[in-house]
Ligand binder design. Structure first.
Ligand code: AMP
Length: 404
């Protein structure tokens, strides 16, 4: 790959700055799920084993007031990291100043320190400053000055936003390298957009057309087939003159859906049936709707014929990208379509040697629910970032990583 990675760096005895994504769910100081901390361990361990003096930066939640800071301290995260690493992690409850500078200068080779939540800089002295989130040039410069000119970015989840702690630091150091997580994202998502092994099939689901229309458009240029599922399919159904009952639908996107249907031809694969329900409830009365949905009912999942159709397209693919559920999978009675896609991806990986990439919180939750996440090629750690990457947009956090 064309970007510098952490393995290209000489970190021994150096103060190494690293941006990680430790934006974990946290309530009353208790971490709900530490997946993101675990995921960053390989890069952290590597730098420590090579004798680097490691300084970690992460954001946590959103800070719009002094009160927000109380529940969004990174202290419990530092404690969890220390448990996972089996070594002390010094936590500094500051984002700048003498205390932080002295603590960093006192680090020995192989020691690690964590800076307080970078978004504390978004609210300073009673004012919403957004120094971190708006990439204030002075802040990036200051943070960069705390290290020895090398910066590792392993936070893919925020790569689609230019902040002081990713782009700002990168602009003020000699070398910025991708961590192992970031490297994997660039490898899988980057190759899928730039150079996919074909047939390349994209599966896009979820609630709203307006959220994902841009990615559908751009994937129609790149992929061999684009499968549409979930609530967004009904706007396409209306464009095709089908009745949809009370299903989710966006009137102002019907014209656009018509245009896409006309220009994409058989590249666009739409559901051919639906699980129609009398209410938005797991206990609703349901039937399989094949020729439009009758009044008083709403489509909450793809039906068995759609599953079969989608499976047949997925079966032959060599590269598959999936983002967004096929139905309201949070309710067990409408989860079948989404789970079937997860299973079809596993099959394609195992039996057809396909590269399978899942992005977005809901599709990731579905493959985890199936217990098959480790049977797929890549589960992206970034929802918004992975969508923008697949759309072909330049992600500022990745653009700021040095070329080899
Ligand atoms: P998104 O954030 O756009 O990926 O949308 C995810 C949400 O879409 C999930 O919470 C699903 O419950 C919801 N969803 C999927 N299919 C439907 C549908 N047919 N009707 C209503 N909501 C849906």
């Amino acid at each position: 790959m064309a970007k510098l990675t952490v393995k290209d760096l000489d970190v021994k005895g150096k103060k190494v700055l690293m941006r990680v994504d430790f934006n974990v769910p946290i309530k009353d100081g208790v971490i709900g799920n530490d997946n993101r901390i675990v995921a960053a361990l390989p890069t952290i361990k590597y730098v420590l084993e090579q004798g680097g003096k490691l300084v970690l930066f992460s954001h946590l939640g959103r800070i719009k007031s002094e009160d927000d800071k109380v529940g969004l301290t990174l202290e419990p995260v530092a404690a969890r990291l220390s448990d996972l690493l089996g070594q002390p992690v010094e936590f500094v409850d500051k984002t700048r100043g003498t205390e932080l500078e002295e603590a960093i200068d006192a680090l020995q080779d192989g020691q690690v320190l964590m800076v307080q939540n970078t978004r504390y800089e978004d609210f300073v002295d009673g004012v919403e400053t957004k120094y971190e989130s708006k990439n204030d040039p002075e802040l990036g410069k200051y943070w960069a000055s705390l290290g020895d000119g090398i910066f590792v970015n392993d936070a893919f989840g925020v790569a689609h936003r230019a902040a002081a702690s990713n782009v700002g630091i990168a602009e003020n150091v000699a070398q910025t390298a991708a961590g192992f997580l970031m490297e994997k994202e660039i490898k899988f998502l980057g190759e899928a957009v730039e150079n996919p092994v074909r047939p390349f099939v994209a599966i896009i689901g979820g609630a709203k057309v307006s959220d994902k229309i841009e990615i559908v458009k751009s994937l129609l240029d790149k992929a061999d087939k684009v499968i549409i599922g979930g609530g967004m399919a009904y706007t396409f159904d209306v464009a095709n003159g089908k009745s949809i009952g009370n299903s989710l639908f966006e009137e102002d996107k019907v014209e656009l859906a018509k245009e896409l249907i006309a220009s994409a031809g058989d590249k666009l694969v739409l559901p051919v049936d639906a699980v129609a329900a009398s209410a938005f409830s797991n206990d609703a009365d349901t039937y399989i709707a094949e020729d439009g949905i009758k009044d008083g009912y709403m489509g909450l999942d793809i039906g068995p014929k759609s599953i079969e159709l989608f499976e047949s397209v997925i079966k032959d693919a060599k590269t598959i990208v999936w983002n967004g559920p096929m139905g309201v999978f949070e309710m067990p009675n409408f989860a079948k379509g989404t789970l079937a896609i997860g299973e079809a991806l596993v099959k394609a990986t195992e039996e057809n040697g396909a590269t399978t990439i899942v992005g977005g919180g809901d599709s990731t939750a579905a493959v985890q629910q199936l217990g098959v996440a480790d049977k797929l090629s890549h589960i992206s750690t970034g929802g918004g970032a992975s969508l923008e990457y697949l759309e072909g947009k330049v992600l500022p956090g990745i653009a700021a990583i040095s070329d080899k």
